[in-house]
Design a protein around this ligand. Structure first.
Ligand code: ZN
Length: 316
């Protein structure tokens, strides 16, 4: 069993409208935009990162806004809901805030002894806020949501699969323990993780495959390891177990490897190093377009063609 994985690193979803995406995750949810860069494989498209002040692993949700794509079609083989942790007693505030922002599908439910507020982002992302008693993570409070309510980081992500057994076996191999079952959902926990420690497996044997190429669908989910040595150890163990794992890819702010799980979900293992302050001052993360060296020659074109983010004139 692996010991190097310490919870989630980030969740990456598809989007269509970059300004709408930016507005929702910064102004409505109150996250900090910690990086404004492009998809390294498709540099005409943004890669926008939102998280806590530093973009700490386990607090980050990112998006690829492809300007002309359709909505994703939900199904199996994908991440269902990405949930963020908020302080106990704050859901009333959030319910009002999200209703005022005309956020859709607001629903309060109880599961696993927790109260959660589910909702949909403007482009369909299935999200939730879950009240957590003692989340030690320090929130970003620079976007108008106060300390008593602000998002602490990712709480959990759910995997929607037709057969939960293989996914559970894989997660146990990755260092997760079975924690609980409720309403057909199996919850696994990474003990002593980074705070984003829970994975919920939703078993949906009758549901067809999702179309992951559309807005609002999660593209992949990334797990955190401390450094490149830990990543190489995980890669070797996954290869030994029969997974097809990519070579290590430099994503400028972390190193990444990817593999497809038996349930169809794309997993990434990402390093905590070097982090989002490697190419800009930590006080000004995400304010200007950062490009990887291989795409720097495209800067003039991209600055002209990428959709402006801060359309309201408010800095995020
Ligand atoms: Zn990723």
């Amino acid at each position: 069993m692996l010991t190097q994985i310490k919870g989630l690193h980030h969740v990456t979803a598809m989007a269509r409208d970059a300004a709408l995406n930016n507005d929702f995750f910064t102004r409505v949810l109150g996250l900090r935009r910690v990086k404004q860069t492009v998809n390294f494989d498709e540099p005409s498209v943004y890669h926008l990162y939102y998280g806590d002040a530093a973009g700490s692993p386990g607090t980050i949700m990112t998006h690829f806004p492809f300007p002309h794509i359709a909505r994703g079609r939900p199904g199996t083989g994908e991440v269902g809901t990405t949930a963020f942790a908020v302080p106990r007693g704050s859901l009333g505030y959030w319910q009002q805030r999200l209703a005022a922002a005309r956020v859709g599908d607001l629903e309060v439910t109880e599961s696993f002894g927790e109260t959660r507020l589910g909702f949909r982002a403007p482009e369909g992302d299935a999200l939730a806020l879950v009240e957590v008693e003692d989340d030690a993570r320090t929130p970003w409070v620079g976007n108008g949501v106060g300390e008593a309510e602000a998002i602490r980081g990712v709480h959990s992500a759910s995997l929607r699969v037709r057969d939960g057994g293989a996914s559970e076996e894989l997660l146990r191999f990755m260092g997760y323990d079975a924690a609980a079952r409720a309403g057909g959902v199996r919850r696994l926990v990474r003990p002593e993780g980074n705070g984003a420690d829970l994975i919920d497996i939703e078993v949906l044997p009758e549901v067809g495959r999702a179309d992951l190429a559309g807005a609002g669908s999660v593209h992949h989910i990334a797990f955190a390891v401390a450094d490149r040595a830990a990543q190489l150890a995980v890669r070797a163990a996954l290869l030994d177990t029969g997974y097809q794992v990519t070579p290590v890819i430099d994503r400028d702010y972390f190193w990444a490897i990817y593999f497809r799980t038996p349930g169809g979900v794309l997993f990434e293992i990402a390093t905590n190093e070097p982090g989002f302050d490697r190419d800009e001052d930590s006080r000004h993360l995400g304010e200007t377009l950062r490009l990887p060296r291989q795409h720097e020659h495209l800067r003039a074109t991209l600055e002209r063609t990428l959709q402006p983010l801060d359309v309201s004139g408010e800095a995020a």
